[in-house]
Design a protein around this ligand. Structure first.
Ligand code: GRF
Length: 190
């Protein structure tokens, strides 16, 4: 039986707008709260967001070190990868199987995998001529972007879209979908 609120650990590498959507959505939630933020980059803008929200933040010396990451995750009940660009060590994946999720800015299983992040994803979607893109939240396993899909939201691709304009529209969908999935999972694992 997990105590309420569910303790959410968020792994980040970049600016942290998805982290911010979680901080805002869980701010006074009885169900879940952002308990800690962990980054592989000391200069990640997301760390400033964590500090402003008074959430403990950790910078990993070696993201491939399972013991260090497990230590940083401590008593987390649910782990969210929000713009985290490193592969999670297998020992950590197995410890948090079914309780670790990732958000990806495309409709997996397409446009995912090693090296497929940020601008490259949207450029690949546009190059493919796809008429829609979107966002996927999935469970994390030992490979990039391959785990079981939990939820997706579709976004229309406009004829004049650039990777930046598409990325901006997808990011809006990300900020809607991620808090919703986290609250749903918190209800289920409590
Ligand atoms: C998002 O598009 C996310 O889907 C991807 O990396 C981007 C991170 O954005 N994995 P932010 O750091 O949350 O602003």
């Amino acid at each position: 039986m997990t105590q309420l609120p569910v303790r959410v650990a968020v792994l980040v590498s970049g600016g942290g707008t998805n982290l911010q959507s979680l901080l805002d959505a869980l701010h006074d939630s009885p169900l879940a709260r952002v308990a800690r933020v962990i980054s592989n980059r000391p200069d990640a803008g997301a760390l400033d967001r964590a500090r402003r929200a008074g959430v403990p933040a950790t910078v990993l010396r070696d993201p491939a070190d399972a013991a260090e990451l497990l230590d940083a995750l401590a008593d987390a009940d649910l782990v969210v990868l929000a713009g985290y660009l490193k592969l999670v060590p297998p020992a950590v994946v197995s410890r948090f199987r079914g309780r670790m999720i990732n958000i990806h800015p495309a409709l997996l299983p397409d446009f995912g995998g090693p090296g497929m992040y940020g601008h490259r994803v949207h450029a690949a979607v546009l190059a493919s001529g796809a008429t829609e893109s979107g966002v996927t939240v999935h469970y994390v396993d030992e490979e990039f972007d391959r785990g079981e899909i939990i939820a997706q939201e579709r976004v229309v691709v406009h004829s004049g879209d650039t990777p930046d304009s598409l990325a901006a529209r997808v990011l809006e969908a990300e900020h809607r979908l991620l808090p919703r999935v986290v609250l749903d999972l918190a209800r289920r694992i409590r």
